[in-house]
Design a protein around this ligand. Structure first.
Ligand SMILES: Nc1ncnc2c1ncn2[C@@H]1O[C@H](COP(=O)(O)OP(=O)(O)OP(=O)(O)O)[C@@H](O)[C@H]1O
Length: 256
């Protein structure tokens, strides 16, 4: 579990995060949503220890990452898998070598062990017969699977995903979302996703934190969102008539 407690962050005079608090549990797909500039990326960077908040705590299983010595911080970071926007694969490495990279960096495993683990995660993300291919030879959806396999190869307790659907078509996005949700439950990972994708929100959001102008405006599940009376949240999520109609339909179905 990750707990964010009363976190504040400013850049110069600009308050970017103000008194932000929430808990994100293991086995749940936790989303951070909000308009551009609402502080989602800064919040994520504070959570993984890349930014130092001005005040507050970021607790990993009760231990504050802000107060940790560099060595302890490193240990926590090794338990974090990252899925970056645009996949961030090494173009000059094959699929197999991309996934093996964290094992080369952080373990002393023999090649045979490493290859076994690489194959295991590639199988788990349903990526077959692509081990020897280069990123330029595979589709965007396949690249995401490779990036996901790489994020999982060290068996992380925490998974951070920045816009995992950017650049993907709606169908491929859904498949990636489902895969992330399944893996989160299967391995009991605390998954944190920064997303603009409303389909992800409605289909995968076990727990959603909605940020507005640096503050936590609302928090709840994708089921709660349907019935929320929060005006800012409603305007943000159900921005079009089409989406408002879909909401009304979903409310009707849920009430039946
Ligand atoms: N390193 C920085 N120095 C100064 N200001 C920053 C820095 N990083 C972010 N900001 C400011 O903090 C605010 C929040 O930015 P942030 O990137 O967290 O927004 P966001 O919600 O992730 O937006 P988007 O959805 O567009 O990615 C913005 O006003 C941004 O200009």
């Amino acid at each position: 579990m990750i707990e964010v407690k009363n976190v504040e962050k400013s850049f110069g005079d600009k308050k970017v995060l103000q008194d932000v608090s929430f808990k994100m549990e293991a086995g749940k797909t936790n989303l951070i949503i909000g308009t551009s500039g609402s502080g989602k990326t800064v919040l994520m960077k504070c959570m993984i220890g890349l930014f130092q908040p001005d005040a507050g705590q970021i607790l990993y299983e009760g231990q504050d990452i802000i107060q940790m010595e560099e060595k302890e911080k490193k240990e926590v970071r090794q338990q974090i898998g990252m899925l970056f926007q645009g996949s961030a694969l090494f173009d000059s490495k094959t699929v197999q070598d991309n996934v093996m990279f964290p094992l080369d960096m952080f373990t002393t495993q023999r090649y045979r062990e490493k290859i076994r683990r690489v194959q295991e995660v590639l199988d788990r993300v349903n990526l077959k017969d692509s081990n020897k291919k280069f990123p330029s030879e595979i589709s965007g959806g396949m690249k995401k699977r490779v990036a996901l396999a790489r994020a999982l190869v060290l068996n992380p307790k925490y998974l951070f995903c920045d816009e995992p659907n950017s650049g993907l078509d709606p169908q491929t996005s859904m498949v990636i979302d489902q895969l992330i949700s399944e893996l989160t439950k299967e391995y009991n990972i605390t998954t944190v996703i920064n997303t603009h994708d409303m389909n992800t929100v409605m289909e995968s959001g076990d727990h959603i934190v909605y940020m507005h102008q640096g503050k936590k405006q609302w928090e709840g599940s994708n089921k709660d969102i349907i019935f929320s009376k929060d005006e800012l949240l409603n305007n943000f999520i159900f921005a079009s008539e089409f989406l408002r109609d879909a909401k009304a339909k979903r409310m009707e179905e849920t009430e039946k």
